[in-house]
Write a protein that binds this ligand. Structure first.
Ligand SMILES: C[S@@+](CC[C@H](N)C(=O)[O-])C[C@H]1O[C@@H](n2cnc3c(N)ncnc32)[C@H](O)[C@@H]1O
Length: 196
């Protein structure tokens, strides 16, 4: 049986992410996409990867010597399972993750509450759009920095052969308690080759 399917609902016809059928919305993030963030944002103190999947992002986040704590709602063979980020009292100095697509807004609200210093989410660049988000997230808590990828990220289920190029633009959205206002920045090309 084909263990993958295309998420290509009518409202996002160019979506080319694949999802595994074993669990809701599980896509390991390619290492280079996390390294681009870690190269450009300094994190003071521990980092909590709160939807860690198989640890792809946690491992990359450890590259600068930060202690990385990892948890997930589901058992994926890495970190602490059974921790619902949307319903936990836990908090951390920094929180970084690639959230499940269908709960991105909830993760923003929860992360703003639970991160003491920085909170970074890998999201579709199009997350910037939308009247609902404009009235809620962006009117009240705009991100401090949005890091736009100049190279496209392609997500595959764990273990699948990585080939082709993605059609969806992604960015790191960073909320920094020490940086009011919003800056738009671009990653220089080259991270894919350097960290793949
Ligand atoms: C898109 S995957 C990303 C995995 C990992 N962060 C990475 O970047 O490689 C989203 C992950 O969120 C987890 N997840 C879904 N809902 C969650 C929740 N409410 N709390 C914590 N983790 C959740 C899923 O099990 C899945 O592993």
């Amino acid at each position: 049986m084909d263990a993958t399917y295309h998420l290509s609902g009518g409202f996002k016809p160019t979506m080319k992410r694949f999802a595994d059928l074993d669990g809701p919305d599980f896509f390991p993030t390619p290492r280079w996409a996390t390294c681009a963030l870690a190269d450009n944002e300094k994190f003071v103190g521990e980092i909590w990867e709160c939807a860690c999947g198989n640890g792809a992002m946690s491992r990359a986040l450890a590259m600068n010597g930060n202690r990385v704590e990892s948890s997930d709602l589901y058992q994926r063979g890495f970190g602490e399972p059974g921790v619902d980020f949307l319903d936990t009292e836990r908090r951390a100095s920094n929180i970084v993750t690639n959230p499940p697509y269908n709960s991105a807004e909830g993760f923003v609200v929860a992360g703003l509450e639970k991160a003491d210093r920085k909170f970074a989410l890998l999201l579709r660049l199009a997350f910037l759009e939308g009247t609902n988000r404009a009235n809620t997230i962006f009117a009240r808590n705009p991100p401090s920095r949005v890091w736009v990828f100049s190279e496209r990220i392609t997500f595959y289920p764990a273990g699948a052969e990585a080939k082709g190029s993605g059609t969806t633009a992604y960015a790191w959205f960073v909320w920094d308690k020490d940086s009011p206002g919003t800056e738009l920045r671009w990653f220089k090309p080259g991270y894919k080759a350097r960290y793949s």
